[in-house]
Write a protein that binds this ligand. Structure first.
Ligand code: ATP
Length: 460
């Protein structure tokens, strides 16, 4: 499979089988915004639950938070987003397409990447200007480089009619909600440094170019954990966090050869270290998650802009300091796409091609599909419904009596259902059903009475 081919196949499967739909499709869609369909929402929820379990449930000193999307606009001034959260943009003078400069260079085969500073990218552009072509119209005449701010404005509280001057933004990242609640959590939960606050939620960015499906969207979900540490412990804790984050992706079943660390060479002035975990998407290795050591920048900025004391007094040593922060910042959509990319397989079976998503069993949207062998035999349908009703209490199940068994298997393979269970005429006599394994396609007979036992350890 060529890379583009694989991407096209994944996009098509997502639409056909109800994982991802373009937003407001009946109206022609909305660029870089997507909806998660019936199986998509289950898979995304499973990814989020796994993250939450590993972060919050299994770590005694990490607590959860769900902060609001709207925040006091000063937050975004303090964080530096109002002044500096911008991508370099050029406009094609011929067709007026607005293009993100680092992407434009990349598409024209000029080495540049998202981690370079704006000045570096600007210089590369100036040097190579005569060979850069617009991907929309093919001409090569561009405006100078401008900065395009990615914050999305709203008209919330538009009573004073000056919201254009002082807009309330839709948050550009979830972690700001964590920083501004640091003191609330410290004062209310029984935590001491080092401790972390974890949050999963929506973020919004006015991305210049909409491309690569759910990899880069204007509305997306982040899973972020900010860990508050004493200055001397920052780098030790950072190394621990890096290891844990790598393990998370292995635990999702991603192949290790498809993961890599990318070191940021151009650190912002306050950062101690910055690495990204990249995944080998069909369009190459790209960022899945950032793991950064941020020094005391975030809390110091919020202390300065809010006038509040955000320092921490160590109860034992009585030492007072502004905590340093290390963060793990991941995207749900990108993890979702990585899981699908890793799991997508095509197998030749005789003359046919079987498309199968070999997703970890416990991540799969549907765990067990239950079929009556024939639709028009009421006794089989009745028994199959009984089995289905018994299993659906504990597992997300699907009942399907549509089409021949082969077709039903293929459909479940495509959505990654680990087990299909068929009720046939023998079931009525011996109380056993056929359980078919997605990966091996092996079939075994299992007593209905033993099904709970059979499945007990299969999805943990
Ligand atoms: P990129 O360089 O790809 O634009 P970023 O470095 O700006 O990403 P961060 O601000 O570090 O990203 O955000 C943390 C995580 O949030 C990213 O690793 C990614 O998984 C996710 N993310 C960021 N922007 C988007 C987006 N537009 N669409 C989907 N996910 C995103």
């Amino acid at each position: 499979m060529t890379e583009n081919n694989l991407m096209e196949k994944i996009v098509s499967l997502c639409k056909r089988r109800g994982f991802i739909f373009p937003s407001s499709e009946i109206y022609g869609g909305l660029a870089a915004v997507y909806d998660y369909g019936p199986y998509g929402v289950e898979l995304a929820n499973n990814i989020k639950q796994t993250w939450w379990k590993q972060m919050v449930r299994l770590n005694d000193n990490i607590v959860g938070l769900d902060s609001a999307i709207f925040m006091q606009p000063k937050v975004w001034e303090a964080s530096g987003h109002v002044a500096g959260f911008a991508d370099p943009l050029v406009e094609c003078k011929n067709c007026h397409a607005r293009l993100r400069l680092d992407h434009l260079l990349e598409e024209n085969g000029v080495a540049a990447d998202e981690k370079m500073s704006e000045d570096q990218i600007g210089e590369i552009f100036e040097k190579n200007k005569n060979k850069i072509k617009c991907p929309v119209c093919g001409r090569g005449n561009f405006t100078g480089v401008k900065k395009f701010n990615l914050l999305v404005k709203s008209n919330l509280g538009n009573f004073a009619s000056d919201w254009q001057k002082e807009p309330v933004y839709l948050r550009g990242e979830t972690c700001q909600g964590i920083y501004v609640n640091y003191k609330n959590v410290l004062d209310s939960a029984r935590v001491k440094i080092p401790f972390g606050i974890a949050q999963i939620g929506k973020s919004f960015r006015n991305e210049i170019t909409a491309r690569q499906f759910i990899f880069r969207t204007r509305e997306f979900e982040q899973m972020e954990m900010q860990y508050f540490v004493s200055p001397g412990e920052e780098m030790k804790e950072y190394e621990k966090l890096k290891k844990a984050r790598w393990q998370f992706y292995l635990s999702l079943g991603l192949r290790e050869k498809n993961l890599t660390w990318h070191k940021h060479e151009n650190l912002v002035f306050y950062a101690k270290a910055a690495y990204d975990i990249e995944y080998n998407f069909p369009f190459g290795f790209k960022e899945l998650e950032g793991v950064h050591a941020r020094g005391d920048y975030d809390l110091s900025q919020h202390a300065k802009f809010s006038g509040q004391d955000l320092s921490y007094a160590d109860p034992q040593t009585k030492e007072k300091y502004v905590p340093h922060i290390i963060e793990a910042s991941a995207g749900v959509g990108r993890t979702f796409l990585a899981v699908l990319t890793d799991a997508y397989e095509e197998e030749k079976i005789g003359q046919e091609t079987r498309v199968v998503l070999k997703i970890n069993r416990w991540l799969a949207p549907i765990k067990i599909a239950v079929f009556p062998l024939l639709k028009n035999k009421p006794e089989l349908v009745k028994k199959a419904k009984q089995v289905y009703n018994q299993l659906k209490v504990d597992y997300l199940c699907e009942f399907d009596d549509n089409g021949n068994i082969g077709k039903r298997y293929r459909r479940q393979d495509e959505i990654g259902t680990p087990y299909c269970l068929t009720v046939d005429f023998e079931t009525l006599a011996d109380g056993q059903v056929t359980v078919r394994d997605r990966d091996t396609m092996k079939q075994t007979r299992v007593k209905v009475l033993d099904l709970d036992n059979f499945f007990r350890d299969k999805f943990v």
